[in-house]
Design a protein around this ligand. Sequence first.
Ligand code: GNR
Ligand code: NI
Length: 185
Amino acid sequence: MSIRPILLHPDPRLKTVAKPVAVIDEAVRRLAKDMLDTMYDAPGIGLAAPQVGVLSRLIVMDCVKDDQEPPRPLVLVNPEILWRSEETAPYEEGCLSIPEHFADVVRPREVEVKWTDLDGHDQQERFAGLWAVCVQHEIDHLNGKLFIDYLGPIKRGVITRKMEKLKRDLARDGHPQKGHEAARL
Ligand code: GNR
Ligand code: NI
């Protein structure tokens, strides 16, 4: 088990376009395993490699909500959106790199995605519901985009300044000071 630290916004690495994975080697398999461990530990429903400081096009997801259902850990190498539904839907999004901040984001309700799995095989699937929200959120991370980039500059600025303060507090004492309650913007 290896949990990697998750980068917090603002960080230049979270704004960088990630590079395609050229070969699936042991390092890529270890990264994927660590990202799943890190995601489940957080806990979160998805994680993109740039969030752990690796600027490669790799994401992991498990959007199974029901504890009764078996988990479905997915690793997507070099994911690409092939098709987006015309129909859109709002969802109140959060991000492990922007903890305690939530805002409605409107995205296509369904997407068709192709990717390479860890065995090097091509995969393709149509995602809907929370899976569609998550896969679009994660692919955005690979393109240096965060959910707050869909908000207006006022809301985005409020969140960014709160995150700058949180990071200062964490750097000083390793824990947030008062005034870091969850915020819905
Ligand atoms: O754990 C997460 N939950 C979530 C909720 C609504 C919309 C998107 C997400 S993804 C997020 C984990 C994360 O930050 N992935 O990049
Ligand atoms: Ni995120």
